[in-house]
Write a protein that binds this ligand. Structure first.
Ligand SMILES: Cc1cc2nc3c(=O)[nH]c(=O)nc-3n(C[C@H](O)[C@H](O)[C@H](O)COP(=O)(O)OP(=O)(O)OC[C@H]3O[C@@H](n4cnc5c(N)ncnc54)[C@H](O)[C@@H]3O)c2cc1C
Length: 471
């Protein structure tokens, strides 16, 4: 059984000496923004916030903490949707921010590789790739805050997974500090390397429980010549999948995104996000946002309209309009936050099963919990939607969430599991889903993961209480 210790005054002093005044703070005001998660659901405490400026400094922090059995919670942009980067309430942990390590170390168009430090923000990675005439395709609503280390550690997905896959498909190599302070140097740009277990893939999606990612080699792709973005009104989620296959038959892999947006989600955005306006003349029951690169999306959509798959469509006439369409999609989480607390479920089922799941699971849930409202939106083409449940409106909403939240989420996860799906498609487990994972994952799967954790982090200092249900 791992024993976690409170950091001693001597340890805090040694960390302060090693990191200097910019590298450590215990000031409650400076620490406060980083002790609550993005959704405002989890509030933690920490003995100190440390912000190393180099991989050597990360190694020093981890070595000093490992020697005394002190817990470390790695943090990047703090945009986790599952409380993954928020320390526990006991205040024993050191919060380790990677945000000062934000350099783009190199860009090699010939290798199609960009090497970024863990604290580099995704939007800056996009800019650095574009400046070299290339492209890093993964993108998501939090791109202005989410960091390379966080994206790696959650195996983030986003809106271009349809074509490029999640981080697992986009990371060529990693540099990481392991829980004993040793360095895993795996940043090489090799396209082929079969020297045994792939430690890089173990660290991707590990949510900071197996070490601290300090840098990543990311795969680049040719820059897009012309990007076409369209907003379509459709009758049912089934039409969305039919539209995807129809478009693929005409313009193939050029289709990079297909995002499902129900009317209720669009209405929330229009009500709460300043500067947004309706994309179509008349509201549709369901909408899809489609993006294609270097292809005749207009012609393909015209054929889809003729075939009756699409009821109405607006093709962005400029980059600004394309950005406005994407803003409608990317602002759904923010709009939901304005509308009040809700239960969030980031789930996947096989792609072919998703359209029926969206409608049938929502109907079943709303029948069982009268007054509750399901908002299911997102990456339908990947078989992944954010299946969120708003409580019945009114003053009893908070009490409803408190009393029924667990049962409602359990109901959703049982439906997902019955379809052979996953209770976490892209946000990870964090602290929010540890109990749900314990309940739904096969026992051998959990036990194998626990053994890996014990082998690499026997003292259990890395991000305790996250990801793995311990026995
Ligand atoms: C508006 C919005 C939209 C989003 N859309 C998507 C989406 O479409 N797809 C998607 O996948 N996610 C999405 N997310 C979730 C979130 O942005 C991702 O999980 C992102 O990868 C987190 O990056 P971060 O730097 O903020 O990590 P943090 O929130 O700081 O940390 C996330 C996890 O990674 C660990 N971690 C962070 N840095 C390191 C490191 N250097 N080494 C080891 N562990 C580390 C933390 O301990 C924690 O467990 C969205 C979030 C928001 C707020």
């Amino acid at each position: 059984m791992a024993v976690i210790n409170l950091p001693s005054a001597a340890l805090l002093g040694a960390l302060a000496d090693r990191l200097g005044p910019r590298g450590l703070t215990r000031d409650p005001v400076e620490m406060a923004p980083w002790l609550t998660d993005w959704r405002g659901r989890y509030h933690g405490r920490a003995a100190a916030l440390v912000s190393p400026a180099s991989t050597d400094e990360v190694r020093a922090v981890v070595s000093l903490c490992a020697a005394q059995g002190v817990a470390i919670v790695p943090q990047g942009g703090n945009t986790s949707m599952v409380g993954g980067a928020t320390p526990g309430a006991d205040g024993d942990a050191i919060l380790l921010s990677l945000r000062r390590m934000d350099r783009i170390r190199s860009v090699s168009p010939d290798d199609d590789i960009l090497v970024a430090e863990a604290g580099a923000i995704l939007a800056h990675v996009h800019e650095a790739a574009a400046a070299a005439g290339r492209r890093f395709p993964l993108t998501l609503g939090a791109k202005g805050s989410a960091t390379v280390g966080g994206l790696v550690s959650t195996n983030a997905g986003g809106t271009q997974v349809l074509r490029f896959g999640p981080m697992r498909a986009l990371v060529a190599g990693l540099e990481a500090v392991l829980p004993d302070g040793s360095l895993y140097q795996g940043l090489s740009a090799l396209r082929k390397d079969n020297r045994g277990y792939d430690l890089k893939q173990l660290l991707i999606g590990a949510e900071g429980t197996l070490g601290v990612v300090t840098a990543a080699s990311l795969r680049l792709f040719p820059a897009v010549g012309a990007r076409a973005v369209a907003w379509c009104g459709i009758a049912t989620p089934g039409r969305a999948l039919a539209l995807l296959r129809f478009l693929e038959a005409r313009i193939g892999q050029a289709v990079e995104s297909l995002e499902l947006v129900p009317r209720v989600a669009l209405d929330l955005v229009l009500a709460h996000v300043p500067g947004t306006r309706p994309p179509l003349a008349a509201p549709a029951a369901w909408n899809v946002l489609v993006e294609a690169a270097d292809a005749d999306l207009e012609g393909a959509l015209g054929a889809a309209l003729e075939a009756g798959l699409v009821d109405d469509a607006a093709l962005a006439a400029s980059e600004a309009q394309a950005a406005a369409f994407w803003r409608l999609r990317d602002s759904i989480s923010e709009a939901e936050r304005h509308a009040g607390p809700a239960l969030k479920h980031d789930i996947s089922v096989p792609v072919a099963a998703m359209p029926a799941f969206v409608e049938e699971a929502a109907a079943a849930l709303e029948a069982r919990h009268p007054g509750a409202r399901v908002i299911a939106f997102g990456h339908l083409g990947d078989g992944n939607v954010h299946f969120n449940v708003q409580p019945p409106p009114g003053p009893g909403a908070a009490a409803w969430l408190e009393q029924r939240g667990e049962a409602v989420s359990g109901f959703v996860y049982d439906l997902v599991t019955a379809q052979g799906g996953s209770i976490s498609a892209e946000h990870g487990i964090g602290q929010m889903k540890v109990a749900a994972l314990a309940r739904t994952a096969p026992a051998p799967h959990l036990e194998a993961q626990r053994r890996i954790k014990r082998a690499l982090d026997p003292a259990g200092i890395m991000n305790p209480g996250k990801l793995l249900p311990l026995t």
